[in-house]
Every structure is written in C-alpha cells, then in structure tokens.
Design a protein around this ligand. Structure first.
Ligand SMILES: Nc1ncnc2c1ncn2[C@@H]1O[C@H](COP(=O)(O)OP(=O)(O)O)[C@@H](O)[C@H]1O
Ligand SMILES: [Mg+2]
Length: 244
C-alpha cells in the first residue's frame, strides 16, 4: 500500500533563550489509508510539535510532509487536527461550533448544516445541538471537538491526547466509541497519547518516540490476538514502559 501521509527527514528546532534547540531530528513517518497509528513518548519529546507540522500550523526547518504524494509542507487545512486543548468557543452552541470549519472554508452552509444534521446522531449529539460547551460533560465536549475536526472534510484525523482530561470510565467509553466511529466513517487516525494501554487497545501500530532530539525508536504492529490476550497485553505494556 502506498502511504496516505508521509514525513520525510523532518528537522525542527526552536529558539530558546537565544539558542537553537533541536526538537525533531531526521524524522520519517508513514501512515496508510485506514490505519490507526498511535505515537507514544514521554512529555516534551515533540509529539505535539510533530502533529502541528503535519497540520501545517508550523513548518519544519527542512524535510517534507506529503499527502498522497503531494507536498503539503507548511500548508494547513488538508487534515483534521484536534489540538491538545480542545478549543470550543464557549459562546457557541454545539451546532455553531461544528459549523466553523465550513464557515472558514467558505463552504455552502446549507449543505454543511444538512451534513451536520446527519452526523449529530453518529456522534451521539442529537440531543445536544443547541447546548453551549459549559452545559456538556467532558466526554460530550470531546465528541463535539471531534465532530468539528471531522467537518474540516478530511478523513485523516490528527488527535493530540483527546481523552487526557477525561475520567477513567468516560475515557474507556470514548475509546470504544472512537473505534466505532473510525470504522463507520472510514477514518485514518494518528493519535498522540501517553497512555500505553490506550495506544495498545486502539492502534494497528504504535510508534515509540524518544527525546532530545525527538525521533522514532521502535515500531510495534499490534494484532487483535495480542489485544485479546491479557498476558501478552501486559507484557507489551511492560516492555514499552521500560523503553520510555
Ligand atoms: N513554540 C515553541 N517555542 C519554543 N519551544 C517549544 C515550542 N513548542 C514546543 N517547544 C518545546 O519543544 C519540546 C517538545 O514540545 P511538545 O511537542 O509540546 O512535546 P510533547 O507534545 O511530546 O509533550 C518541548 O521541550 C517544548 O518546550
Ligand atoms: Mg503534547
């Protein structure tokens, strides 16, 4: 299979107190259509920086980002990006928040509204369309943020720790739900997380990142058999902990 999204020889540094600090070094990455890949790494290793590069929010110092072979380095708007802090506008209802990508892209709003009406039940939000963010639970807010991300029109979603702020039970429910949504809407997902169980449970593949500078150090391909086998699951978890 050819890659849907690729990163080639990405270098990224930031200026810190007048010094140039290398954050990502010679980083390569590929994901195929329909794949679910989790990026696991300790805090500060450059996971969010990498997603921002994919999303075109920032540019690499050198290297390129390719979408279906086309160079999209530094271009935003191609992929659905959900940042670490969900930024729902507090004064906008669910419906208005998820309509924003269509407004920004100057899409036909009647058509976008019809699409949202069809999607609200898929996201379990049919009874919450008129509510403001403060009236929603944490899990529901994340669903709104995910629907808004999906409304960018991309089937490739970049999710930066989407469930980090949720309680344990809601987090488990949202993980199951994300897998269902992925199948239903035929999504390709890159998930950044520091939750090892979450990564094993959800992904087809885990890419482990090390820091200073950030780079991938290990790939784990995950079979359904491994996920269903508690002993193998725990062993893999231990191995990953030891490497992080
Ligand atoms: N805009 C920025 N300017 C300077 N340093 C930054 C900037 N963004 C991130 N960094 C630094 O880059 C490193 C990686 O950050 P980040 O990608 O947020 O890590 P992670 O998401 O893996 O926790 C951190 O040391 C962080 O302080
Ligand atoms: Mg981060």
């Amino acid at each position: 299979m050819t890659a849907y999204l690729s990163a080639r020889k990405i270098n990224k540094s930031f200026l810190f107190g007048g010094n140039k600090i290398g954050i990502l070094s010679e980083l390569d990455f590929d994901i195929c259509e329909g794949e679910f890949v989790s990026i696991l790494g300790s805090s500060g290793c450059g996971k969010s920086t990498l997603l921002e590069l994919f999303a075109g929010i920032t540019r690499p110092d050198n290297g390129s980002i390719l979408l279906c072979g086309d160079d999209i380095t530094g271009q935003s708007g191609h992929l659905g990006y959900m940042p670490q802090e969900d930024l729902l506008f507090p004064w906008l209802s669910t419906e208005q928040n998820v309509l924003l990508p269509a407004r920004i892209k100057k899409r036909d709003l009647a058509q976008a509204r019809a699409e949202i009406k069809r999607l609200l039940p898929v996201f379990g939000l049919e009874n919450h369309s008129k509510l403001l963010p403060y009236q929603l639970s944490g899990g529901l807010k994340q669903r709104v943020a995910l629907l808004r991300t999906y409304m960018t029109g991309s089937h490739l979603l970049l999710l930066d720790e989407p469930f980090a702020s949720l309680d344990a039970i809601t987090r488990l429910q949202m993980q199951e739900w994300l897998l269902r949504i992925k199948e239903k809407l035929e999504l390709t997902i890159i998930l950044v997380t520091h939750d090892i169980s979450e990564a094993i449970k959800l992904s087809d593949r885990i890419e482990l990142m090390d820091k200073s500078p950030g780079r991938f150090i290990k790939t784990y391909s995950l079979s359904q058999d491994l996920k269903n086998n508690p002993t193998e699951f725990e062993m893999l978890k231990k191995e990953i902990v030891a490497r992080l």
